[in-house]
Write a protein that binds this ligand. Structure first.
Ligand code: GUN
Length: 281
């Protein structure tokens, strides 16, 4: 079975549009982008387009590539205090001279629709998530939409980043899976991945996960966005070989990527709803 993230995200966006229409709210997202990295610019454009589709207003704050940490913090502070802004997304990666950790921690947690603030990560790890990082959140939605149950399953996450691997593991644990987190220092990685009922790869290396590393009948979710030697877009997983033995597999493109954006839209609506009813945790 191919897990179609494009189709699922379309469905979720349609549903969200209806919910926003019915709510009478007019959620507003601010994106902050520093520099002119073409990939980041493209991602931000896609986020604004999705906003338009579902009835979320959006503004773009653009800073030059040589902006200082203080200049970025100034913009974040301005957005934090603007009562008309419900969600703030600082596009990552930031240029080297900008202190990413300080910027992430500067976003007021109530508007942290990326879910990267330590307070929101803490809520997630304590089993009571508020804003969940968009990529792992989108993966949980995908599993749910395809009726893939996590309870009692052995889930193996490859990658331990703050934006994907760690929150992914927390979400799977919250859903009653038995979770193993693997990373670059893991001994005999292939033996670990081969034990997975649900395998999530967030490594960032083209076709890193081979058929030998996957158990027959496993569910395989590919978070990678890589280029192969020919410059073609591909995931972390050797899709052609692995799809022959996997029970279900998400492709790249058209798998996890669209779900990240759909989850960002859902988080922004949640932020607007929370602020409208004065819900502060
Ligand atoms: N860069 C790549 N993915 C993401 C994401 O989910 N959020 C932000 N802010 N930046 C990213």
């Amino acid at each position: 079975m191919i897990i179609d993230g494009k189709k699922t995200s379309e469905k979720r966006l349609e549903l969200l549009k209806e919910r926003i229409d019915e709510s009478g709210l007019y959620p507003r997202l601010a994106t902050v982008i520093v520099g002119e990295d073409p990939a980041s610019q493209m991602y931000v454009r896609m986020k604004h387009r999705a906003c338009e589709r579902v009835g979320i207003a959006s503004i773009a704050v653009e800073l030059p590539g040589d902006a200082t940490t203080e200049a970025v913090l100034e913009q974040v502070a301005h957005l934090n205090h603007d009562p008309d802004i419900n969600g703030i997304l600082v596009q990552l990666p930031l240029p080297r001279q900008v202190d990413t950790k300080t910027v992430i921690e500067a976003v007021v947690p109530d508007k942290d629709v990326d879910g990267f603030h330590p307070l929101n990560l803490g809520y997630l790890f304590s089993g009571e998530p508020r804003f969940v990082p968009c990529t792992p959140g989108g993966i949980m939605t995908l599993l749910d939409e395809y009726d893939i149950k996590c309870e009692g399953m052995h889930a193996v996450v490859v990658g331990r980043s703050i934006d994907v691997g760690r929150p992914m593991a927390a979400l799977l644990l919250n859903a009653d899976a038995t979770v193993t987190i693997c990373h670059s220092k893991t001994r005999d990685l292939g033996a670990e991945t081969a034990r997975a009922d649900i395998l999530i790869s967030a490594v960032g290396r083209a076709r890193f996960v081979t058929r030998e590393m996957v158990r027959e009948g496993a569910v395989v979710i590919d978070v990678g966005i890589n280029q192969d030697e020919q410059g073609n877009l591909c995931g972390d997983v050797d899709f052609d070989a692995v799809q022959e033995i996997a029970a279900a597999i998400s492709p790249v493109p058209g798998g996890v990527g669209p779900m990240t954006i759909a989850t960002l839209m859902e988080n922004t609506f949640e932020a607007a709803r929370a602020s409208a009813c004065g819900r502060v945790r």
